[in-house]
Every structure is written in structure tokens, then in C-alpha cells.
Design a protein around this ligand. Sequence first.
Ligand code: AMP
Ligand code: MG
Length: 284
Amino acid sequence: MTSYLKKLIVEPGSKVKLNEVDPSYHGDHDSHDAAMPEFQANLAKMDDLQYLMYAERKHSLLVVLQGLDAGGKDGVVRHVITGMNPAGVRVVGFKQPTAEEIAHDFLWRVHPHAPRKGEVVVFNRSHYEDVLVVRVHDLVSKPVWSERYELINDFEKLLAEQNGTTILKFFLYISKEEQLERFKQRLDDPARQWKISDSDYSERNYWDDYIAAFEDALEKTSKKHAPWFIIPANHKWFRNLAISQIIVETLNGLKMKTPAPTVDITAIRKQYHAAAEAMRDNNK
Ligand code: AMP
Ligand code: MG
């Protein structure tokens, strides 16, 4: 993996201290414009790789997006994921659970959305909410949420080992100042006011609790088969570039190949020539 991206991986078993990560980090480029050619090239590569995945139907990709409010999850879907053909990609958002969902175990609503072979699925929020918002607001007791990290690890292992799913998890990390700036943009721009929610500012009061919950989640659930990446996300262009680059390099690593045709190409070619000849005769 490209060297600057390696720094973003949460090494399995390592401690996570988010105050040591700079959310304004922007890698080797200095501006949106400077990063654009590389980003555009990545989008083209993602499209090719997703096409191969769909053709081969052997692997699948699950992308998990988590972050604080205004962290840019929707932006990643809109600017990065759209690099791929929508026919083979599904985006699933997880909101507050319904009464039916609450009446089940926390993975019940998630599992049916796991990607099938050949498919890319993006979770905009995910089962991680059940150790994030749920923990911060005591929606279940500590013994219950504490057990969920291992249950999540087992779940992701199941997807990876039994169904060939590659899992990439991105924590979009913005600073508290940047969040306020984005809230302001929402207030000032009528096209974005719909995004404002009552809880935006009250949730901000829980910033440190969320950071602690994220640190724990990243530490306990970053695995070789399902790594977490801490994406410095103050610069949207860097966020998009880094995520696209990680997806490209990961999919390249799968060494996918165009599958062999399922039909006898020589025989079909003969049929083609016969049809072409008949067409010529007809047109005489
Ligand atoms: P948004 O992504 O801005 O549309 O908001 C979705 C809301 O649903 C967020 O406030 C999440 O914290 C909340 N949410 C998602 N999953 C859960 C969950 N399992 N339990 C409680 N709240 C959740
Ligand atoms: Mg929100």
C-alpha cells in the first residue's frame, strides 16, 4: 500500500489515540486541484475493478463508513462510490432502528444487506452504531454493548472467510472546529438546510464520549481481514483521494481476472459467420 496510506491503517492490536491524528492531514498534495488528476484516475480504475468483480462473481466488497455528524459520509458516497457502475453497487444507510429491529439482536437488520458475490455494498453508518451512539447514550447496558465488539469481529470474519468478502472500514475524522464550520454552511445554504437536525448541537456536547467510543471500537475491531482506516477528513478532497486509493489498491490485490467464456467461442464464431453471410445474401 502507498506509504502515506499505511499510516492511516489501525494496526490490529494497536492503541488508538485520536488526539495524535491530525484531521487536516493531506498527504502529498497541497490542494484540491493538485489531487484531481490522481483522484480521477482512481475513479476510472475503480470502475474497471468493479466490472471485473461483477464478472468474476467470486469476491465482494463491503465498505463501512462511520464518522461524527458532518464527517462526510454522504460526500464519500456521492463523490467516490459513484465512480462505479450502480448496477453492481448498493448503498445501505442505517438510521435509528425501528421497533421491529429493536426487538431483534443488533446484527439482525445488518446481515441481509451483506454483499453477495460480485457485489459492492457501502454501509452509510452500520452495526458500529451499536457500540457508538448506543454506548454514548446508554441505550443498552454496558455489559450488553461491551460484548458486541467480539460479536462484530465474529460477524465480519464470517463474511470474509465464508463468502469472500473484502471489508474496508473508514472512520472519517474531522475536528470539532470543522464540524461547526460545516454546520454553519448548512445554516447559510438553503440547499443544505434540510440536513440540519435538532440533535446536531446536543450531540456535539458528547464529542469526547464519541471520540472515546470510536477509539475503543477502532482498537477492538481492526483486523487483518477487516481493517479500520482513520481518514483525516477536514479536507474533503484528501478524504476522497485517500478512500479511492485504498479501494483501488485493495481491489488490485485481489488479482481478479476476466472469467473464461462459458460457451465454445470457436463454435459461436462459426454461427456468427453463417449469420453474417446470410445477411449479405439477403441484402443482395
Ligand atoms: P443520519 O445518518 O444523519 O441520517 O442520522 C441517522 C441517525 O440514526 C443518527 O443519529 C444515528 O446515530 C442514528 N442511528 C443509527 N443506527 C442507530 C442505532 N443502532 N441505534 C440508535 N441510533 C442509531
Ligand atoms: Mg446526521
